[in-house]
Design a protein around this ligand. Structure first.
Ligand SMILES: [Zn+2]
Length: 314
């Protein structure tokens, strides 16, 4: 949560094999299909936003069919993949593949299956190879009282972690966002410290799961997009916090607020003020801790704006 030390973030490449080969599902036995990673059945193509990625990154999926789809499902690494249609174009689906910050490097099959409106089965498969991300580390020697919270504080932090986990595990089946995602602070274009690991007195802590955005205390914090407020309270580490559910398993997190201007259940629009920048929780100075989870994967939120956003300002 410390944004004062600038992070040197170097992304390691993740290569993935992608080749959409037309094939007719009915004629290919399942075993053979599994080997043909990257294949889509006839008339469907699947593209990914970038040929390179890494732990903590986000890929945009673009699925195009020759006919309207009745239903499409995606799965990757044991989690479902958010897929949606835009502008009532039912022959097309967009999707987001979130690679968790600590996902074990390896090869994972992205499988998209569905059915066209006329009942034809559709299947696409791509192997996405996750490579290790390389994030900054910061070694600190500090007094014991700063490293070891009291048993009460540990208990509280554990309960809050579980509460957040339960929230992020829930998938609202409809897409609540509509339009471009924005950076929550006006005029801010960069975030820092994503993935950074602090080593306190030789003990590595958890990696920093969000981006720290610079802002003076009192600066309005805007919702990145439309969604429902699912948490608005003070947390041990993150201080005054708001979490917004954008639907399809996509959540944004706003921490260290000086004040909270939203309540649980509120339906907020893109740009609605959720609170103000502050320094509540375990921080050294005012800034916004902005987090993003996609199907429980902790992902760099700046990538969401890059893929589904554009400018931070309208
Ligand atoms: Zn932070």
């Amino acid at each position: 949560m410390n944004f004062q030390t600038s992070a040197v973030v170097q992304r390691l490449k993740v290569r993935f094999a992608l080749a959409c080969v037309a094939a007719i599902a009915a004629l290919i036995p399942t075993a053979a299909r599994a080997k043909e990673a990257g294949a889509c059945t006839a008339g469907t193509t699947m593209g990914l936003s970038a040929p390179e990625s890494s732990q903590g990154s986000l890929l945009l999926i673009d699925l195009k069919g020759s006919k309207p789809f009745a239903e499409v499902r995606g799965e990757w690494g044991g989690r479902s993949v958010p897929l949606w249609s835009e502008k009532a174009d039912e022959s097309r689906r967009k999707g987001l593949l979130g690679v968790d910050l600590e996902k074990a490097p390896g090869e994972y099959e992205l499988k998209v299956t569905g059915e066209t409106a006329s009942g034809e089965k559709m299947i696409c498969s791509v192997i996405v190879t996750v490579r290790k991300g390389q994030f900054a580390t910061e070694k600190l020697q500090v007094g014991k009282q700063f490293v070891e919270p009291s048993p009460e504080q540990i208990k509280r932090a554990d309960e809050e972690r579980q509460k957040l986990r339960d929230i992020f595990d829930r998938v609202t089946p409809e897409r609540l966002w509509d339009g471009r995602f924005r950076i929550p602070l006006d005029g801010v274009t960069t975030g820092s410290n994503f993935g950074k690991r602090r080593i306190l007195n030789g003990n590595p802590g958890s990696p920093h799961g969000g981006a720290d955005l610079p802002g003076a205390a009192g600066t309005p914090v805007h919702s990145a997009q439309r969604g429902r407020v699912v948490l608005a309270e003070e947390l041990f580490f993150a201080g005054n916090t708001v979490v917004v559910d954008h639907g399809l398993g996509i959540y944004t997190f706003y921490g260290h607020l000086s004040e909270i201007d939203a309540k649980v259940g509120d339906l907020v629009e893109a740009g609605t003020v959720l609170g103000k920048v502050g320094a509540t929780g375990r921080v050294t100075g005012p800034h916004l801790h902005w987090g993003l989870t996609v199907e429980r994967a902790r992902v760099n939120p700046m990538l969401l704006v890059r893929l589904l956003g554009g400018a931070s300002e309208p």
